[in-house]
Unconditional design. Structure first.
Length: 99
């Protein structure tokens, strides 16, 4: 009889654990929303910006990595793009924490 109660109690606690919502901190919620948004936006980005991406890769293939362009070297442009994304993310993170 005791084993039946233990099994039933364990099953109930397992159900409660599965249905209990977890509490996310604001920073973790922002990170989760950002990751899900990124994954969901990939198909749309490829649909709407795929042609531009193709042109950019063709341009890099034609000019070669390290060659100078009117805007600087390809590495410099890539570093500026990555820094732009990093600063945009950090700006959003700080604004979310201030709220």
């Amino acid at each position: 009889y005791t084993n039946d109660l233990d099994v039933e109690h364990n099953a109930d606690s397992e159900k409660d654990r599965l249905h209990t919502p977890t509490k996310l901190s604001p920073a973790n919620l922002f990170a989760a929303v950002t990751c899900v948004s990124f994954v969901l936006s990939i198909p749309l980005a490829l649909i709407f910006e795929g042609g531009i991406l193709r042109e950019v890769t063709q341009f890099i293939k034609n000019t070669g990595v390290g060659n100078e362009t009117p805007s600087g070297s390809n590495e410099t442009i890539l570093v500026h793009i990555l820094l732009s994304g990093l600063f945009h993310y950090l700006n959003n993170e700080v604004m979310y924490l201030v709220l």
